[in-house]
Design a protein around this ligand. Structure first.
Ligand SMILES: *[C@@H]1O[C@H](CO)[C@@H](O)[C@H](O)[C@H]1NC(C)=O
Ligand SMILES: *[C@@H]1O[C@H](CO)[C@@H](O)[C@H](O)[C@H]1NC(C)=O
Ligand SMILES: *[C@@H]1O[C@H](CO)[C@@H](O)[C@H](O)[C@H]1NC(C)=O
Ligand SMILES: *[C@@H]1O[C@H](CO)[C@@H](O)[C@H](O)[C@H]1NC(C)=O
Ligand SMILES: *[C@@H]1O[C@H](CO)[C@@H](O)[C@H](O)[C@H]1NC(C)=O
Ligand SMILES: *[C@@H]1O[C@H](CO)[C@@H](O)[C@H](O)[C@H]1NC(C)=O
Ligand SMILES: *[C@@H]1O[C@H](CO)[C@@H](O)[C@H](O)[C@H]1NC(C)=O
Ligand SMILES: *[C@@H]1O[C@H](CO)[C@@H](O)[C@H](O)[C@H]1NC(C)=O
Ligand SMILES: *[C@@H]1O[C@H](CO)[C@@H](O)[C@H](O)[C@H]1NC(C)=O
Ligand SMILES: *[C@@H]1O[C@H](CO)[C@@H](O)[C@H](O)[C@H]1NC(C)=O
Ligand SMILES: *[C@@H]1O[C@H](CO)[C@@H](O)[C@H](O)[C@H]1NC(C)=O
Ligand SMILES: *[C@@H]1O[C@H](CO)[C@@H](O)[C@H](O)[C@H]1NC(C)=O
Length: 704
């Protein structure tokens, strides 16, 4: 041991006999299990001479060589430049659930200033903003939540580019008390290291330790030590620990340009006493971060160990000032061998794993016959956070689940992906307007599906019973599949509200009765219609065309009875009609006290319900030519239709062979009164109203 005259550049050399074998050990002796090395756009797989690691190309993820570019400066190095219209591109890499990993992306400077975001899973890791000539690296530390991780590039101002991706298992210590965090590397330093950077194979975890010599007033200590106690596997490699900086009074490290958005950081400090003459209690110092004391009277040797590390949680904004100050009474000034600064970010829960698994399977199944379909281009990464085209998610129980899958109108061919039946949270499924063929798969009863649209495909066979009996299903369209057998299951679920009954729009309906409103023989309906027209004309003196029906589907809670084709689609409307007992009717009409009209169906009485609503009660007379069948028809029709020109049906009574319909009472009298009654009641109809009535009547359409 000898002391150099210039204590400012003092070097302590301790001869060591154990060290050699560590440096001579060949790289192949180190486990590279769990390592993933990807060289984007590389011509072939290769072994990196420096690290001895084997890199593979990325054509597994992106077979397209059209997005490969040569980098500006490094000969033969290629880079993948993604042209992303919107959204992102992701690489998925295998992981082991719950293990801690480091993932590193290299983003070469390509002559243009880049600006795009990088995320792991759905957690934003950082923006790549290169405006210099330097390659950029982004590194994150995360705990695998499942058996793979996505690293995604999200388009910012320019198209993202990438040259390398590296995945490494890391010691648990990095995240052991942070269950829900991702760490983004800010800086990893080996103090006054002999090499520019130390990585694999020297560091079995392939962390990259950059040699740092600042600050200028500090002293370098180095020692070929080797036989110290490895207290933890977070320990940097010996080569990193063998050099340290020291100073008789204080060491200060400054990091500026620290991200301002998330200001929680983790600082890992690594200490190994390199002066063998220093004993416990001699080198004692305080550790400050941004002026705040984090550790008081810190003594490396205090626990009888040669090596120690400490982890600090710190807040910093713009500047991180790490200062180690000799404690009062201590003999030696502070010493530091290495440190890391990592930014803490909250881990954002990804989409329900089961859903992701299934949708991945669906993607593969669809891809079998639809390679290159543009609709699947966005299908990488998390399906909800950077939504895949056609996928809609909802939040349930803290994580996202896929509730809607709309693959309609994208020219898909081949069979319906069988895994689609495993989407346990799916509510809406639309596969219409494609060329899907084969049979319709069976869905489990546990399915939450509310709406299925399989229409306009090339499906064959018949509609499986399992679909019809889905408990939540309200809408089902399967028409316009030329090869499907005629007629669905006998009993389309009674809770089904929207359906095309397998019918192809524009063609003859397959089954069901057809009525023509304009030719309905049912006189009572015409009366109701007429009264309704007057009622409406009186209160709404504007032209309301028939399209007021709208082409929309309404999903209703109660049973539905009929559908009515309108201009664009079917309107099926369910009105909650009441059933009245004979007694109710008698009470309401005070035993049929006030007769207000006589129709083909029977007599009409005025009455008042116990909620004081005025009603008109039509009682089928024994002589009525209209039978039970007509009664059912009127009931079904009127309860299914709501139109301004029709008096709505409130309810009915079908007891003791008595058939009674209950309508709201129209206080303005009948059409006859209006046109031919007493002068006081007469009213001249204006032309728009007349036109509206005429149009309304003329547009009466077939109903099923
Ligand atoms: C790289 O591949 C070669 C040949 O396949 C193998 O011998 C070597 O061990 C690999 N290197 C590492 C670090 O796994
Ligand atoms: C490169 O390595 C990958 C992964 O091991 C392998 O799938 C691929 O076939 C290799 N490519 C070539 C050209 O050897
Ligand atoms: C990545 O995704 C592809 C396609 O979805 C799949 O085939 C592959 O198994 C996935 N890889 C991993 C590691 O999960
Ligand atoms: C990149 O950005 C820097 C600083 O923001 C600017 O000086 C430089 O001109 C830009 N280079 C290009 C190629 O846009
Ligand atoms: C990139 O990340 C920043 C913040 O981290 C965010 O403001 C920005 O919108 C992101 N850009 C894209 C394209 O996602
Ligand atoms: C440590 O040992 C190696 C190999 O013996 C030697 O080359 C190196 O100079 C030593 N380092 C110091 C700081 O003495
Ligand atoms: C500390 O290092 C010295 C030599 O550098 C060694 O003799 C001693 O056993 C080590 N102590 C522990 C606890 O490892
Ligand atoms: C090592 O310790 C001795 C006294 O124990 C001291 O004289 C010497 O300066 C120390 N060297 C360093 C580099 O601190
Ligand atoms: C850094 O922190 C130390 C200790 O709190 C303080 O003395 C020093 O002035 C700070 N330096 C800067 C540039 O803020
Ligand atoms: C650091 O902060 C996290 C939460 O932000 C906490 O769970 C953890 O215990 C802290 N660790 C230390 C060493 O203070
Ligand atoms: C929410 O999560 C809890 C526990 O993880 C589970 O018991 C419950 O069934 C979940 N609820 C729903 C609606 O998924
Ligand atoms: C399914 O998609 C087609 C075309 O995008 C659309 O016309 C149809 O209304 C959708 N079906 C349902 C039930 O929403």
């Amino acid at each position: 041991m000898m002391e150099l005259p210039d204590i400012w550049i003092l070097r302590l050399v301790v001869a060591c006999v154990f060290c050699l074998h560590i440096f001579i050990r060949s790289a192949s002796g180190y486990a590279t299990e769990g390592f993933e090395n990807i060289a984007c756009c590389a011509d072939s797989n290769y072994t990196d001479p420096q690290t001895t690691l084997n890199y593979t190309t990325d054509y597994r993820w992106f077979p397209d060589k059209g997005s490969c570019r040569r980098t500006k400066d490094v000969l033969n190095e290629k880079v993948r430049l993604f042209f992303v219209d919107e959204g992102k591109r992701c690489y998925n890499l295998s992981t082991i659930k719950n293990k801690v990993y480091l993932i590193r992306g290299t983003f070469p400077f390509n002559g243009v200033n880049s600006s795009f975001n990088v995320s792991i899973g759905v957690t934003q890791l950082g923006a790549v903003r290169s405006s210099g000539l330097q390659d950029l690296e982004i590194e994150g530390v995360f705990r695998a939540a499942k058996d793979y991780i996505d690293i995604c590039l999200v388009k910012g101002e320019v198209d993202p580019l990438i040259s390398h991706i590296e995945l490494r298992p890391l010691p648990e210590e990095y995240l052991h008390d942070l269950p829900a965090s991702v760490l983004k590397l800010i800086s990893r330093n080996s103090l006054w290291g002999s090499k520019d950077e130390i990585r694999f194979p020297t560091d079995p975890s392939d962390r990259i330790w950059k040699a740092t010599s600042s600050p200028s007033s500090a002293l370098l200590v180095s020692s070929n030590v080797s036989n110290f106690d490895l207290k933890s596997n977070v320990t940097p490699p010996l080569q990193v620990l063998q050099t340290a900086l020291t100073h008789p009074e204080r060491l200060q490290f400054m990091h500026s340009g620290i991200d301002t958005e998330d200001n929680e950081y983790r600082v890992f400090l690594y200490f190994l006493e390199l002066n063998s003459t220093v004993k416990a209690g001699k080198r004692v110092f305080d550790i400050y971060v941004n002026g705040e004391i984090k550790k008081e009277r810190f003594d490396i040797l205090a626990e009888g160990s040669n090596y120690t590390y400490t982890v600090l949680n710190v807040s910093a904004n713009g500047l991180l000032n790490l200062t180690l100050v000799k404690a009062s009474g201590a003999e030696f000034g502070p010493l530091l061998n290495a440190y890391e600064i990592l930014q803490m970010r909250s881990w954002i829960e990804e989409t329900n794993h089961k859903d992701v698994e299934v949708i991945q399977k669906i993607k593969e199944e669809v891809l079998l016959q639809n390679q290159g379909n543009k609709a699947l281009e966005s299908w990488t990464g998390d399906p909800c956070f950077f939504p895949w085209q056609g996928i809609t998610c909802d939040s349930s129980n803290g994580s996202s689940v896929i509730t809607k899958l709309d693959l309609s109108a994208h020219n898909f061919k081949g069979p319906i992906p069988p895994s689609i039946t495993e989407m346990i949270n799916l509510k809406l499924l639309n596969l219409s307007h494609n060329n899907f063929d084969g049979y319709i798969p069976s869905f489990p009863l546990s399915s939450l599906l509310i709406s299925i649209d399989l229409s306009y495909n090339n499906l064959m066979g018949s509609l499986p019973e399992s679909i019809v009996s889905l408990p939540h299903l309200k809408s089902l369209y399967f028409g316009c599949n030329k090869r499907m057998s005629e007629g669905g299951p006998a009993n389309l679920n009674s809770s089904l509200i929207n359906t095309d009954y397998g019918r192809c729009k524009g063609k003859e309906p397959r089954f069901g009765q057809v009525f023509v409103i304009g030719a309905i023989t049912c006189g009572s309906l015409l009366i109701a219609l007429a009264v309704g027209i007057i009622f409406v004309c009186r209160y709404r003196q504007k032209l309301i065309p028939w399209e007021g029906f709208g082409g929309k589907n309404y999903i209703m809670e109660t049973n539905v009875i009929f559908s009515l084709p309108s201009k664009d689609d079917f309107l099926i409307k369910s009105v909650s009609i009441q059933t009245f007992t004979l007694e109710d009717i008698e009470v309401a009409t005070e035993r049929y006290k006030t007769l207000i009209g006589e129709g083909g169906f029977g007599s009409v009485y005025r009455g008042t319900l116990n909620n004081s609503q005025e009603v008109a009660v039509k009682v089928r007379s024994a002589t009525s030519t209209q039978g039970t069948r007509e009664f059912d028809n009127e009931l079904n029709l009127l309860s299914a239709i709501q139109h301004e020109n029709l008096v709505p049906l409130l309810g009915y009574c079908n007891e003791n062979d008595q058939q009674i319909l209950v309508y709201p009472f129209m206080s303005n009298g009948s059409l006859q009164d209006r046109l031919y009654g007493e002068p006081a009641k007469r009213k001249i109809l204006d032309w728009p109203t007349r036109l509206s009535i005429a149009l309304g009547a003329a547009r009466g359409r077939r109903i099923k």
